[in-house]
Design a protein around this ligand. Structure first.
Ligand code: G3P
Length: 215
């Protein structure tokens, strides 16, 4: 499974990139706003750090505007992909942009029907929001599994990004469902490294080593 980080924070991106496990980055307007920066400047900075796709969300609402804005943003750096929210105008825009070789991540996916339509229009990625479905009392990960099944049934090349990831268990669930990509917040990536038994084992090996060196 490919691992993306879901943030617009450069320090976090640099750190996780240094681990050697980072395949890409997703941003959204909320994450960019948290950094208090200009979207185009920030996605360019990110694209220069990470050797992989960087999703930049664009805010136009009609297909012609989406297409024009997407062309401009995609031209900033070859790593930049366009992120558009699921709606009819997005489907129209995806059809045009994908024919031009501009990759689109269709976001805010909350049903397999939406994912099927996005894939048919030519989306490179779809992003089902796992945590936000859990928030309303459903099992978000079931949607990821459904989309994987539908895409496998028909051989769609569209990759599925498990988004709105809130815990290491969500990442594991996505991996068990065979999801192509998980986009993961920084604090969850840090938690994935840790295990109390690992820390305990390291401390014990260190203590035993120091005892043996002294003897
Ligand atoms: O990738 C989508 C993500 O940024 C949304 O996460 O936690 O706001 O639902 P959340």
């Amino acid at each position: 499974m490919k691992i993306f980080i879901d943030t617009a924070n450069l320090d976090m991106i640099r750190e996780i990139n240094s681990w050697g496990i980072l395949d890409g980055v997703t941003t959204n307007p909320s994450l960019i706003a948290k950094e208090g920066v200009d979207v185009r400047t920030r996605v360019k900075e990110i694209a220069e750090i990470v050797d992989g796709p960087v999703s930049a969300e664009i805010m136009s609402v009609t297909a012609p505007e989406m297409i024009a804005e997407a062309r401009e943003v995609a031209a900033i750096h070859p790593n930049i992909n366009i992120k558009l929210p699921m709606c009819v105008e997005t489907l129209k825009a995806v059809k045009v942009l994908s024919a031009e070789g501009i990759k689109v991540n269709v976001t805010l996916i909350f049903s397999a029907h939406q994912a099927l339509l996005a894939a048919k229009a030519g989306a490179a990625y779809v992003s089902p929001f796992v945590g936000r479905l859990d928030d309303i009392g459903t099992y978000g990960i079931d949607l990821v599994a459904q989309i994987m099944q539908v895409f496998q049934n028909y051989g769609f090349a569209t990759e599925v990004i498990a988004a709105s990831i809130r815990s290491p268990a969500h990442v594991l669930d996505a991996a068990l469902a065979g999801c192509d990509i998980a986009t993961i917040p920084y604090d969850i990536l840090k938690k994935m490294v840790q295990h109390p038994k690992t820390d305990e084992g390291i401390a014990k090996f260190k203590a035993d080593y120091e005892k043996s060196v002294k003897n």
